[in-house]
Ligand binder design. Structure first.
Ligand code: FE
Length: 246
């Protein structure tokens, strides 16, 4: 069974500490709310009287209460959600990856101090204060999870996908990473080691996928267009331009 990795810098905080409200990133658009954890049948069962999941209902109730009491303003909440849904997303991370592929000095900086390297490109903000970049190699593939909830590097990847927050992914990513990768259609070369990184409230990870063959003449923008969100979580690999077009 694989062990869960934590960086040395996190050694003083070995517990999975969450000093943030747990529904911090669980506010979704209408479409996501309807499909929140549709296939997970936990011990608590389902509320079949509503389209919304139990979590979504609780978020709505909490939001209504906070608005009613005047603790938050609806416009501010909407602005926050819209920012991460439309202006901040995985394209930021893809540009970080593309830069690391063409600029060896930037890549070294990214691997040594991801927070500073990423911030230098202008990607800063909530849930991205302490970043760690991990690079895939032919010998090693990295995959990111938050076993406790849904910690995720918002400034570089936007809001987490629903599956990232599902109990199934959170438990299986640790117990059976090869099985999870197979479910995502990822075939690694035999002998490739898989390392699973458990995100915390303090540290968020960005996977630097391997640069595919046949991209020597590509511009940074062309390279970034090849880099999918999932490849930066580690549940996909970046395909060569011809393969990506198919
Ligand atoms: Fe978390």
């Amino acid at each position: 069974m694989p062990s869960i990795e934590r960086p040395d810098s996190d050694s003083t905080r070995s517990e999975h500490q969450h000093d943030h409200p747990h529904d911090h990133d669980h506010r979704h658009g209408p479409d996501q709310e309807r499909h929140d954890h549709p296939h997970v049948h936990g011990a608590g069962g389902h509320d079949h009287g509503s389209e919304l999941s139990e979590t979504a209902l609780r978020v709505r109730a909490l939001e209504s209460l906070l608005l009613e009491k005047g603790y938050v303003e609806e416009a501010a909440l909407d602005e926050l959600v819209q920012t991460y849904e439309t202006r901040i997303g995985p394209r930021n991370g893809a540009l970080v990856v593309a830069r690391s592929w063409i600029d060896p000095a930037f890549r070294r900086w990214l691997l040594q101090d991801a927070s500073a390297a990423i911030h230098s490109l202008g990607y800063t903000g909530r849930q991205g204060e302490h970043m760690v970049a991990v690079e895939n190699t032919p010998a090693e593939h990295n995959m990111v999870v938050c076993t406790l909830c849904s910690c995720y590097p918002w400034p570089v990847l936007g809001l987490p996908p629903t599956w990232y927050k599902s109990p199934a992914y959170r438990s299986r990513a640790v117990m059976d990473p090869h099985g999870v990768l197979a479910d995502f259609g990822v075939k690694l070369a035999s002998g490739t080691r898989v390392r699973v990184w458990d995100s915390t409230a303090e540290v968020r990870y960005l996977v630097i996928p391997m640069r595919p063959e046949g991209t020597e003449g590509c511009s940074p923008e062309q390279l970034a267009a090849l880099v999918s969100r999932d490849s930066m979580i580690g549940t996909a690999v970046v395909k060569a331009p011809m393969a990506a077009a198919q």
